[in-house]
Design a protein around this ligand. Structure first.
Ligand code: SF4
Ligand code: SF4
Length: 113
């Protein structure tokens, strides 16, 4: 399944490379349900291809989201709203952790930019 078909086609995303490392990056934890194939978070991310749909091939249309740590700018927009634009503090399933870049690099290795 392609997330692209699920996104609001009016959404224009940035595709330029980030200028500096952000203070925070979004990390998706094991609570991600993929919102049953309609990921509520992706529409709010302003960066093209930053939030990636990983399909569960054994259980379509289910899947999960992963964040590209080289594209995330740490803006937190993915944690600000939910389905139908409802305001939230975090995703509906608390599946998005905003992690300090130093902590992230400590466990995943240094990012090149
Ligand atoms: S991170 Fe949250 S909002 Fe995004 S797909 Fe997973 S459960 Fe849904
Ligand atoms: S913090 Fe911003 S750039 Fe990073 S995944 Fe969330 S919305 Fe996208």
């Amino acid at each position: 399944m392609q997330v692209d078909v699920l996104k609001d086609s009016s959404t224009i995303k940035r595709n330029d490379k980030r200028k500096r490392k952000p203070a925070l990056v979004a990390v998706i934890n094991d609570c991600c349900t993929g919102c049953s194939g309609s990921p509520a978070c992706v529409d709010y991310c302003p960066i093209e291809n930053c939030m990636i749909w990983i399909p569960d091939d054994d259980h379509p249309p289910f899947g999960r989201i992963e964040v590209d740590p080289l594209l995330c700018i740490g803006c937190k927009l993915c944690t600000s709203k939910g389905p139908e634009g409802t305001f939230l503090d975090g995703c509906p399933w608390d599946a998005i952790d905003m992690v300090a870049i130093k902590g992230y690099e400590g466990s995943h290795g240094s990012l090149p930019y």
